[in-house]
Design a protein around this ligand. Structure first.
Ligand SMILES: [Zn+2]
Length: 481
């Protein structure tokens, strides 16, 4: 080989090698083949994203001071010139736009908000714009595919006097979705949140969380994840270190004069938190939670977290609210005669079902709210029917419901419930009539296994149904979408 030919040959080999490494490098972080054959990118990638947060609660001003470091990778398969975050506390800034019902403001309207004090990406200060709950960060330097991203921010959140999933009442601070959260980018499209008077306006990927929480010592805390250690400071405050892996969100509840009942039921650590004059009910809740978890584990597959917690909180507007490994139930359930026992157990079974459909397998709750709500209701009915003799709903009543309606196209809370809950559960009961219970369980096991710790869409689910049923199901799907 002469010298000239050698150089040409070396260049060709070099180009082939570079192309191969670029291709395999992208493959490591980006494409995930879904059941419908589409290739999609996960950003922020659940395997590569960590939140490290420091929190300090000032009780006197009801202000939570936060610092957040998000370590992730540009796994979206393209360059990034902006990042979007959700700051849910900003939904409570204006009286006219708050999602909380009027009776939740127990002493008149009281504002809540989140303010970013500093924001840096990869060590460079970043400009940002706010619109409702949305924060758009305009990056000074384009982020290249597969490169590390470090977001550092300091912020403070005002906690309103509000009996809601974000708010405080009687020394109890209910802090759902309280921190800036990096939104999902999928196939070049951001899944951004907006303020909605009903439903859960969220779509997030799971991440690993390390959180330290600094509280006055008279208060206790309950959160997603596990307390790793705690330190009593000389200044009358306590610091807790918490770790939570593969959490769809990190929820924090700060309590005053609460009682914990912790018990192992069938090998699972279950905890119930009630105001301390309501201890009687805790053991029944723990026992029922254990039975419900056991039923779902045996039907769907294993529970995704190391423990499960139920907390009764002063919350209006919802019977229950789901977070990763932790649920809130409204405290009225503790009053004898306020609700019947079956309503309480149904709500418990519905919220526990969300640990599989929402926490483990996520969905865009704005675009496809029926996907988790319908399934959680169907699973709760299955449990109630098998264990409590509960009668099943009449699915003929739901004919004509269009499950593809997005949250923003629904005109009332009633319409939201009729579509996402009643229409969603009817889809599953109808599917059971078409395919039989055994086949529907097979579909669910396959759905939960394929999309474990990812986000699934209606399209993904329908593809799995057709794959398991071995037939074209358009005749059935056309009734619902
Ligand atoms: Zn629900």
């Amino acid at each position: 080989m002469n010298k000239h030919r050698f150089y040409v040959f070396a260049i060709i080999i070099g180009v082939i090698c570079a192309a191969y490494f670029i291709y395999t490098g992208q493959k490591a972080n980006c494409p995930v083949a879904s059941t419908n054959g589409q290739v999609s990118c996960l950003f922020p990638n659940p395997e590569l994203t960590a939140y490290n947060m420091g929190l300090y609660l000032d009780i006197n001003t009801r202000t939570l001071y936060g610092s957040t470091v998000i370590d992730t990778v540009n796994s979206c398969g393209q360059t990034l010139e902006e990042l979007y975050f959700t700051a849910y506390p900003n939904a409570f800034r204006n009286k006219a736009k708050t999602p909380a019902p009027a009776d939740a403001y127990y002493c008149g309207f009281n504002e809540g908000w989140l303010r970013i004090d500093s924001l840096e990406v990869n060590g460079k200060s970043v400009e940002y714009q706010e619109e409702g709950v949305l924060i758009r960060a305009l990056l000074p330097v384009t982020l290249l595919p597969d490169k590390s991203i470090k977001v550092e921010m300091t912020w403070k959140a005002k906690i309103p006097k509000l009996a809601y999933r974000y708010g405080s009442k009687a020394g109890v601070y209910m802090l759902g979705n309280f921190y800036p959260t990096l939104n999902v980018l999928s196939n070049g499209e951001w899944h951004n949140s907006y303020n909605s008077a009903y439903g859960d306006p969220f779509c997030f990927h799971v991440a690993n969380y390390t959180v330290n929480i600094n509280l006055p010592e008279a208060y206790d805390m309950v959160s997603t994840g596990t307390i790793i250690s705690q330190l009593a400071e000389d200044n009358g405050r306590t610091i807790y270190w918490v770790k939570a892996d593969k959490a769809r969100d990190f929820c924090l509840l700060i309590t005053y004069d609460y009682q914990e009942l912790s018990q192992e039921v069938k090998g699972r650590d279950i905890k119930c938190y009630t105001p301390s004059n309501n201890v009687d009910i805790s053991s029944r809740i723990v026992e029922q939670s254990g039975q419900i978890l056991d039923y779902y584990c045996n039907t769907l597959g294993s529970y995704p977290y190391s423990d499960f917690k139920v907390a009764f909180v002063p919350m209006k507007g919802f019977h229950g609210m789901e977070y990763s490994g932790l649920i809130f139930l409204r405290e009225e359930f503790l009053n004898p005669g306020y609700y019947d026992e079956q309503k309480r157990i149904f709500t418990l079974a519905h919220e526990i079902a969300h640990q599989w459909c929402y926490a483990m397998v996520g969905n865009d709750q704005l675009r496809e709210p029926w996907l988790d709500e319908g399934l959680a209701n169907w699973l709760a009915y299955k449990y109630m029917h098998k264990y409590m003799g509960y009668s099943l709903p009449d699915i003929n009543y739901q004919q004509g419901v269009n499950l593809s309606k997005q949250l923003q196209d629904m005109r009332s809370n009633r319409e939201y419930y009729r579509i996402a809950y009643e229409g969603g559960e009817a889809f599953w009961f109808g599917l059971e009539q078409e395919l039989g219970e055994e086949m529907v369980i097979k579909v669910l096991r396959s759905y939960l296994a394929d999309y474990k710790f990812k986000i699934a869409s209606t399209r993904d689910l329908l593809a799995i149904i057709e794959k398991e049923a071995h037939k074209d199901m358009d005749y059935y799907f056309d009734k619902w979408f």
